[in-house]
Every structure is written in structure tokens, then in C-alpha cells.
Design a protein around this ligand. Structure first.
Ligand code: MN
Ligand code: MN
Length: 477
């Protein structure tokens, strides 16, 4: 046996930083700087859609509207779903019936939504009632500076967008917590019960409106003053809250973390880290062999329901529009092309996974958890309680992805979400798999997932970008 050809018998994952190519360290840091700006600018699914549409437009992507039969290889198109979802596509050389190379990620992130009738006054302060969105540890959202990102539809149909708390000098909102001196009863509660959902009320104002001459009208002067302020700034009344979506999110920008700036810390990295890396990968692509697509959906954190979530037909509809606009395939009806396309498609479900946290090693299987700085993480399955609710990827497809990554020099690792029976989670993989396509979960490992300040390693972000780029460019087998 020739010694040089002997494969390594033992699998030993290595940190990305140990295996950098020339110039790659600098590329990693520069990529992270662009990502940090995106994370600071896009705090809601709407803002992320706006960001990506503008970015895609710079790269020649336009709204979809070609007449039948005119869509050509190399064309760049963009479908927006109600300002909360997005499909970007670069048309490939092969016909649609060969399937597409698809990356799907989600734009929504856990947060606090204002209730339909949010504003009230209690004692001398005005507050907003909230209903939390997605899986949060409620106590993490107390005593944080929070910004409001809102969309309001006025009575005459005018749409107002507002952001309060992000610009330097802007006021922020916050949810107060009990001082330790008086927290004896609170401290004895279970963490899940210490902060009730109805206790997540935002401190919104404390300056009373001018005193009324009629004592009967003296009530709620702080609330009235705030309503006057909202009317002055946005032309909205209290009733307009009923036709609004206002989200309270952590205020401020994403930051470098660590004395060596190894990490990015910031809100919404589940799953905007995968959205950003996927879009950047698509924008830099040449004319692909198969059509390359990036699908960004909403509502993953609440079960993928609703017409902007993965369970709606937006992707299928957009794909069908493209198939009707492409050159007809001899002997195949567009309907059959569409069915074959879905079945032959290869997809990465681009979502984050949990990284090994040195402060909490007990919740993971050390032999199977993803590690920060070891590259993009691939999860064969997610789910919980015996893989319930998962799309367990087929090893044949995983082998294909592995060869793609290997050829492109992508550093990747396997990551299982926690110990068996410790909990678990899901992604949009199972809803993509419904179409018959091959799907694999693949994304950035995170610390403090779903917290107001999540942490990712810059090397993992960059490897995720390279992985998505290699996948979209692959010709498929
Ligand atoms: Mn996610
Ligand atoms: Mn999540």
C-alpha cells in the first residue's frame, strides 16, 4: 500500500483558523464587517426584505414580469411576498425539469409584538402591552433598551413605517424588573414562571398632558399625551393600532465580540445570518448550470403558518410563473415541468444550530455538537423526542453535498441540536421536503440562540457563505 494515499482513519475536526488559505483571514473579517452592518440595519423581516431587494437590484435583479417564453439562462429575477418574504433566482442553463439548486432560510426572529390595543396608563406612566413572538426566555427581555419598528395602516389606507430607538439620540423603551431587595417571592419561582407573558409591558411615557379643567377628564393624561405625540409624528390615532404591526426588538447595532474580535454579537442572527450568507452567495454567482434560488420566508419561529410562511404556496407559485416564462420543454406540459422540477430540486434548509457553550456543556452530546470556529454546520436531522417532526436527510444527498463542499475547500462540521430528550427544534426543511426534493439542514452555529444578543463566529459565517456559494454553483449529479 502506498503510504501517501492512505486515508485518515480517524475523523478529527479542525478549527477553520488552523487551515486558512492565503488571504482568507482578511476575507473572513471583511465579510463579517458587511454582515454586521446588515444585522444592525435589518431588525424585522420587512426591513430585511428591503435590504436584500436593494442589494439584489444593485446586482441586476429586477421584479419578475417577463412575457411567456422570454426567460433566458443568466436572467436575474426577484419575487417579493407581501413585503415579508423573498425569492431571488438566477436562471441556469439546464431546463427547469432538471430541478433547481435552492437555499431556503427564514427572515423572522423572536421579538415582542405590540398587541392590537396596546396603549394604556397605570398609575403615573403609559405602557404598551405586548404578545411575544417565537420561543423566548422571557426574563432575557427585561431591563433591555428596546426599539420599536412599526407598520401602521391608517384609516384612509396610507401605510406608515416607523423606527423609534435606533438612531443616536432616539429614545428607547424598556420592560422593568423587580429590584433584588424586594424579589424574595420572585426568586423562589421557576425561571419559566418568574416573568408572566402579561408582564411584558413596555414603559412608553411619563409626561402628562395639560391638566383638564373638568376633573372627570383627568384620567390617563400620560396616555393622552402619547396619543397626541403619535398623531403629530405619524398622523395616527389610537384606533390605527388595530391595523398595525409594531415589533419591539433590542435597540442598537451589532458588535464585534471578544478582544480579538473573533465573534459577531447581535439580535436576529437566527436566521438572518443564513439569509445574508445565502443572498451574498447568489449575488456573486456566474450563470449556473441548474437555476439557483434563494428563498427567504417569514413565520418560521411560529410554525411556518400564514401566507408568508413556508407552508404557504409562494415558492411553488413563483416557480410556476418562471416555468411559464421559460422556453417550453418539448413533450412536457408546464404542469409536468413544475412537478419534475420540485422533485429533482436539491435544497439546503439554511438555519442556525446550537454551538457547544462552555458554560452549559451538559445539554449537548460533546461528540456530536457543532463547535464555534469549526465551520458551517450540517444537521442530518432536527426534531425532538425520537426525531419527531424532522426531515432526516438521505445520506446519498449528504454525500453529494459533502463532495461539493470538499471540492470548494469549504470547512464544515456536523451539528446535532442537543442531547437526546433534552429538547430540540425544527426548521423549514420538513416543509421543503413535502415537494419531494432532497433537503439538508446547513447553517451557522450560534451561542445564546433566541436571546436579544446572539453570538456567531466570524469564520463560521464565512464558511457558510462559501458553502452556499459552492452549492448554488454546483451542477448537481
Ligand atoms: Mn431558525
Ligand atoms: Mn429559531
Amino acid at each position: 500500500m502506498v503510504k501517501e494515499n492512505k486515508p485518515a482513519l480517524v475523523y478529527k475536526p479542525k478549527p477553520v483558523w488552523d487551515e486558512l488559505k492565503p488571504g482568507e483571514g482578511q476575507a473572513i473579517l471583511e465579510f463579517a464587517a458587511g454582515y454586521r452592518e446588515f444585522l444592525s440595519a435589518a431588525k424585522t423581516e420587512r426591513e430585511a426584505v428591503d435590504f436584500f431587494v436593494a442589494r439584489a437590484r444593485e446586482h441586476g435583479f429586477g421584479p419578475f414580469s417577463p412575457p411567456a417564453g422570454s426567460l433566458q439562462p443568466g436572467d436575474r429575477v426577484c419575487f417579493v411576498n407581501r413585503n415579508k418574504g423573498l425569492l431571488l433566482a438566477r436562471v441556469g442553463k439546464r431546463p427547469f425539469s432538471a430541478g433547481v439548486m435552492l437555499i431556503g432560510a427564514h427572515l423572522d426572529a423572536p421579538r415582542l409584538d405590540l398587541k392590537p390595543n396596546p396603549l394604556y396608563q397605570e398609575d403615573q406612566v403609559a405602557l404598551f402591552k405586548t404578545h411575544y413572538y417565537g420561543g423566548i426566555k422571557k426574563y432575557q427581555w427585561l431591563t433591555q433598551p428596546l426599539a420599536l419598528h412599526g407598520t401602521t395602516v391608517l384609516g384612509d389606507g396610507t401605510v406608515r413605517r416607523m423606527v423609534i430607538g435606533e438612531a443616536p439620540g432616539d429614545p428607547v423603551l424598556t420592560i422593568t424588573d423587580l429590584l433584588p431587595h424586594l424579589a424574595k417571592d420572585q426568586m423562589e419561582k421557576k425561571m419559566a414562571e418568574a416573568v408572566p407573558g402579561e408582564g411584558l409591558n413596555l414603559l412608553a411615557g411619563g409626561l402628562p398632558a395639560e391638566a383638564e379643567k373638568d376633573p372627570a377628564k383627568e384620567k390617563d393624561r400620560c396616555k393622552k399625551a402619547l396619543l397626541a405625540l403619535l398623531y403629530h409624528n405619524y398622523g395616527m390615532t389610537e384606533e390605527d393600532f388595530l391595523t398595525s404591526e409594531w415589533q419591539a426588538v433590542p435597540a442598537g447595532t451589532a458588535r464585534d465580540v471578544g478582544l480579538d474580535r473573533a465573534f459577531i454579537g447581535g439580535y436576529g442572527q437566527d436566521d438572518r445570518s443564513c439569509c445574508y450568507t445565502a443572498v451574498e452567495a447568489l449575488l456573486g454567482l456566474g450563470i449556473p448550470d441548474r437555476t439557483a434560488m434563494v428563498l427567504l420566508v417569514d413565520k418560521e419561529e411560529t410554525g411556518s403558518d400564514g401566507n408568508t410562511g413556508m407552508r404557504s404556496r409562494f415558492f411553488e407559485n413563483a416557480l410556476t410563473e418562471m416555468i411559464y416564462a421559460a422556453a417550453p420543454e418539448p413533450g412536457l406540459s408546464p404542469e409536468l415541468v413544475s412537478r419534475r422540477c420540485l422533485f429533482n430540486t436539491r435544497a439546503l434548509s439554511a438555519d442556525v444550530t446550537a454551538a457547544l457553550d462552555p458554560n452549559f456543556p451538559e445539554v449537548v452530546d460533546k461528540r456530536n455538537v457543532a463547535r464555534l470556529g469549526y465551520g458551517v454546520a450540517v444537521s442530518k436531522y432536527t426534531g425532538s423526542r425520537g426525531k419527531y417532526g424532522t426531515s432526516d436527510a438521505n445520506p446519498e444527498f449528504m454525500g453529494e453535498v459533502r463532495r461539493i463542499f470538499h471540492q470548494a475547500g469549504v470547512k464544515w462540521q456536523s451539528g446535532e441540536l442537543g442531547k437526546v430528550d433534552q429538547g430540540g427544534g425544527g426548521t423549514i426543511a420538513q416543509f421543503l421536503a413535502v415537494y419531494g426534493m432532497d433537503v439538508l439542514d446547513c447553517g451557522v452555529p450560534l451561542l445564546s440562540m433566541h436571546a436579544p444578543f446572539e453570538v456567531a463566529h466570524k469564520a463560521d459565517l464565512y464558511m457558510t457563505y462559501l458553502a452556499y456559494q459552492a452549492f448554488l454553483a454546483a451542477s448537481g449529479e
